[in-house]
Ligand binder design. Structure first.
Ligand code: TYD
Ligand code: MG
Length: 465
């Protein structure tokens, strides 16, 4: 006889548990678990006995998979090649980063492709939206705006002849029957769900703008992230024009994709040569600067790692890092200290990735090490050198991976030398670059800096370059 197993599913989030629980471990809702219909372990029978609605995948119609361009290449790339019909895209970022601007420009781009976008604004008046669109030089007659925060009214309006729907922002949405204030978890979840349903049913892409709180999470404990198909983060610093759009989740494309924009007086411009942007302001002949080709998504980018090492006057020297993982930097400093004998314990150490960029790849390790060593010795690295490779705790150099793409970008940007994992460099073709292969972290001094690690720079390591 087939054995039956009892299982319990959460009515809030769908979490399935083999035992009955008072509280869902997934969404933390109380008393939400219900017994599921018993499942038989051996349920094989003829295909013809399948209940209505169940079908094997080969019989499922392919559906419309044609992507719609937003008219912005960087945005399309981040989406995985454009918007898919019925896709729900959450665009989140801190207030003022440019979400509304991006959306309005994408609306105009879609309009150019014959798509009609309805822009629902809950934060600004239609007049303000018009003002912005005028400033951006967009075709006003092709853009449609609705100032509304109540979901039923939005659903009503969205059933009109629109090909794309955008709501700015989800935090203003309200379903009056729920009683709770706009922005509360229930309102957020229910509103987003109702709108997504409409998007899926009508096969129109839906954009939801979500503000991020200072702590970095989308307000409303990440509720929205698993409701939507794609989560994009728009990042940038207020006093800098560079804006980076990242894919955090994408059911229809690669994650960790990166789009780079520049906020100008007339809206967001796409940056065609981001490597140039991040290393453009490199100070010449200065110690503590090292260029490394990192991969952001599928895209190689050159970034400048900067380090500043100077004698500390406090018992616990400072270790600070911006744009690179502080614990990683601490670990690399420890490797330098132990394996190379670099006396860092009485030095303050600062690491920064120039241009407000971020590196998260271990492949940037060796560049961080090179920048620290260069600053420590007050000895600039050769200007045409890029450095890459992971550094292990034993001081060994490990492969960076995807070397060819990285080196191509370095060659394209005019660099002439590369220092990295010996075997990996030997295996890759890079006609434009002179290869300096190393196996141990200490070799970087001889190979790239041309110094012994023990010689300290003039004036106790102060950077006067
Ligand atoms: P906005 O799109 O309103 O940000 P968000 O919707 O994420 O809150 O953009 C706000 C900032 O962008 C604002 O500080 C002004 C600046 N900005 C420009 O620099 N140039 C422009 O053309 C536009 C429209 C905005
Ligand atoms: Mg806005």
């Amino acid at each position: 006889m087939a054995k039956t197993r009892l299982r319990y599913a959460c009515s809030e989030c769908g979490y399935v548990s083999p035992v009955m629980l008072g509280r869902c471990p997934e969404c933390q809702a109380w008393a939400s678990l219900r017994e599921m219909a018993p499942e038989t372990a051996k349920a094989k029978g003829p295909k013809s006995a399948l209940k209505e609605g169940v079908q094997s995948l080969d019989l499922v119609p392919k559906g419309e998979t044609e992507r719609v361009s937003t008219g912005m290449k960087e945005l399309d790339r981040v989406l995985g090649g454009g918007m898919l019909p019925g896709a729900v895209i959450l665009l989140s970022g801190e207030p003022g980063v440019g979400k509304s601007t991006l959306l309005l420009q994408a609306a105009a781009g879609a309009a150019k492709n014959g798509m009609r976008l309805l822009y629902v604004t809950g934060e600004e008046s239609p007049a303000q939206v018009r003002l912005r669109a005028e400033r951006l030089g967009l075709p006003l007659e092709d853009l449609f705006v609705l100032a509304e925060t109540e979901v039923p009214a939005i659903l009503e309006a969205a059933s009109g002849p629109f090909d794309v729907l955008a709501v700015d922002s989800v935090q203003t949405l309200r379903i009056p029957e729920l009683g709770s204030p706009a922005g509360s978890p229930t309102q957020l979840r229910e509103s987003a769900q109702l709108l997504s349903l409409l998007a899926k049913r009508r096969g129109v892409p839906l954009w939801l703008v979500g503000h991020i709180t200072k702590e970095g999470s989308i307000a409303g404990p990440k509720i929205l992230e698993h409701l939507v198909d794609t989560v994009l983060y728009f990042e940038g610093e207020r006093d800098r024009p560079v804006r980076v759009l990242r894919t955090f989740k994408n059911r229809f494309g690669a994650v960790n994709e990166l789009g780079i924009f520049e906020m100008t007086g007339s809206g967001l411009g796409e940056v065609e040569n981001p490597s140039g942007l991040f290393i453009a302001e490199r100070a010449h002949g200065s110690s503590g600067s090292c260029i490394t080709p990192v991969l952001e998504g599928r895209r190689p980018l050159l970034m400048e790692i900067q380090a500043l090492v100077s004698p500390s006057f406090i018992p616990m020297p400072r270790r600070q890092s911006l744009g690179a993982d502080p614990s990683r930097v601490g670990l690399l400093a420890a490797v330098l200290e132990k394996k190379v004998g670099l006396r860092l314990f009485d030095q303050d150490l600062f690491v920064n990735v120039a241009g407000g960029a971020r590196v998260s790849e271990p492949a940037a390790d060796l560049a961080i090490v090179a920048a620290i060593s260069s600053s420590f010795q007050d000895n600039p690295l050769p200007e045409d050198l890029v450095v890459l490779g992971e550094v292990g705790l034993a001081g060994e150099i490990r492969r960076a991976g995807r070397m060819e793409e990285r080196l191509k970008e370095a060659g394209r940007m005019g660099f002439g030398r590369v220092c990295g994992h010996k075997g990996e460099l030997e295996a890759v073709k890079a006609p434009k670059l002179k290869k300096i292969g190393i196996e141990r972290v200490g070799e970087i001094f001889q190979a790239a800096i041309g110094l012994s690690p023990f010689r300290k720079g003039k004036k106790g390591g102060s950077d006067n370059g």
